[in-house]
Write a protein that binds this ligand. Structure first.
Ligand SMILES: [Zn+2]
Length: 136
């Protein structure tokens, strides 16, 4: 099954800004660990690729890394865990301070910018919609 190469560890550490993806705590070698989003128990070709790896504080049982494994359903909501049938490149991860992001295998990260959120409580205002349509 192997493990991530030194190059991938280094690349993902720089991508994650030397911080825990979940809580934003600065990481040092003693309290950081690399988490596999699609779990090691479900090996696939991309297991040790950057899109499947995020840095978390703690170990597999402590800190945020421990939290993720202890709360799989909640961790899945934020993309820290992806299903065995999902491609990690297509599932967004919530980064502390950045919000939802997409990870690529070249080590790049794309932040999703939400311009305007429309929810069930957003009032319906036809004038506003006309105004938007006329503007474009
Ligand atoms: Zn953390």
């Amino acid at each position: 099954m192997g493990k991530p190469t030194e190059q991938v560890r280094d690349l993902t550490m720089r991508r994650d800004r030397y911080q825990c993806v979940r809580c934003g705590k600065p990481l040092d070698n003693t309290m950081a660990s690399l988490h596999h989003r699609r779990l090691r128990s479900h090996p696939f070709d991309g297991l040790h690729k950057p899109s499947n790896l995020i840095w978390l504080c703690g170990s597999g049982t402590t800190g945020c890394h421990g939290w993720v494994h202890a709360h799989p359903a909640e961790a899945e909501t934020d993309g820290y865990i992806v299903h065995a049938w999902d491609d990690p490149k297509t599932v967004q991860v919530t980064y502390h301070g950045l919000g939802p992001c997409t990870l690529n295998d070249d080590g790049s990260i794309i932040r999703t910018v939400i311009y305007h959120e429309v929810g069930p409580d957003t009032p319906y205002d036809p004038n506003y919609i006309d105004m938007l349509l006329n503007r474009w």
